[in-house]
Design a protein around this ligand. Structure first.
Ligand code: 5MM
Length: 341
């Protein structure tokens, strides 16, 4: 495939395709495995991810690329085949999480700053040799208005780090997935989410411009505009779609190659319904697709539950969610398709 950044980015958001975010760090995957009663070991993590990467229908028809964690990009399948080769053989593009996590921002209680810029140039060169053609960096912006979270300093520092990361990626021939996640964990309203997301994206694109990042060779991985979980409010997909698109029209340059949403803790079907509603009100200047972690994997984890005898069931659950999100990326999903399956 072409090595041009623009072409790689375009392939990531090819019609009806999206990313599988399988880049849970060891701490996060342990939490996921705890829920299904599976011990998190190098082998269990390998078996679980191999199960997904070998789900042929999902990987060839619905998934354009996989975001990997450092351990996974170096791991071999049970039969000795490097996992990255299984991904490539299906036609999907391997990607890599390169941030080193969100840490408390000194002087700003409740805010975080994502770290990992030191030595990033060298790490990117190694990941390129290993076969990664895109990368991901996640900035985490929490909302707690009473505590003045997020601060302008947090938004500014995270946007600056994202821009430095993106420039280093492009220098290395790697497409940066730029993920400024405004969390949906708080008690805030959908309109507060819109305001904070707007301040974040405006700052982000200012920093990307200043860092001379070529937007055509980038993908934005944003949150949707949605009420905080603790607000107790479930927004209807049409409202989420209308407010999310309004936000992007006001902040995201048309030059950006594509937008691939995170699911952020939405239920599986909710994440699909919202993505579908967003595409139904198109056409839009960008492709709008998915880069889901939890919303693509939760059902598969449950069906698998760590048993070799459940691999086919785990793959079926993963294929189903990937298929539903493929349809949503095209604006062709219907609730009845869930029940039919
Ligand atoms: C898959 O989870 C990713 C890694 O999380 P940690 O660094 O906390 O282990 C995460 O960045 C993910 O790629 C995005 O948040 C999207 O995942 P969701 O589950 O929100 O769709």
């Amino acid at each position: 495939m072409s090595e041009r950044l623009e072409d790689i980015a375009a392939a990531i958001v090819a019609d009806g395709k999206g990313l599988l975010a399988a880049d849970e760090s060891s701490g996060t995957i342990k939490k996921r495995f705890d829920v299904i009663g599976v011990e998190s070991t190098a082998d269990s993590r390998r078996d679980y991810r191999e199960m997904m990467f070998r789900a042929k229908e999902a990987m060839t028809k619905y998934i354009s690329g996989v975001i990997l964690y450092d351990e996974t990009i170096r791991q071999k399948a049970a039969d000795g085949t490097p996992l990255i080769d299984i991904i490539k053989a299906s036609g999907a593009i391997p990607g890599i999480k390169v941030d080193l996590g969100a840490k408390p921002l000194a002087g700003f209680p409740g805010d975080t700053i994502t770290e990992g810029l030191d030595g990033l140039r060298e790490r990117l060169a190694e990941y390129y040799k290993l076969g990664a053609r895109f990368a991901k960096w996640r900035a985490v912006i929490d909302i707690d208005i009473a505590k003045e979270v997020p601060s302008a300093t947090s938004i500014g520092s995270n946007a600056h780090a994202l821009a430095r990361y993106a420039a280093l990626c492009q220098e290395a021939g790697i497409v940066p997935i730029v993920e400024p996640e405004v969390l949906m964990d708080g008690a805030h309203s959908i309109d507060t989410c819109y305001e904070v997301s707007k301040a974040t994206l405006l700052k982000l694109y200012g920093e990307l411009y200043a860092a001379r990042v070529v937007l055509e060779g980038t993908i934005l991985k944003p949150n949707m505009v949605i009420s905080g979980k603790k607000s107790g409010k479930k927004d209807n997909p049409e409202e989420v779609a209308e407010k999310t698109i309004k936000l992007f029209r006001e902040t995201v340059p048309v030059a950006v190659q594509g937008i691939a949403f995170l699911s952020g803790g939405q239920d599986d079907e909710e994440a699909t319904a919202n993505l579908n509603a967003i595409n139904v009100i198109g056409p839009h200047p960008w492709k709008l697709s998915f880069s889901y972690g939890r919303a693509l994997q939760a059902a598969a984890q449950k069906a698998w539950s760590g048993k070799a005898s459940n691999v086919a069931a785990g793959q079926a659950a993963f294929i189903h969610r990937a298929h539903m999100n493929h349809l949503a990326a095209l604006g062709k999903w219907r609730p009845a398709l869930e029940k039919a399956a």
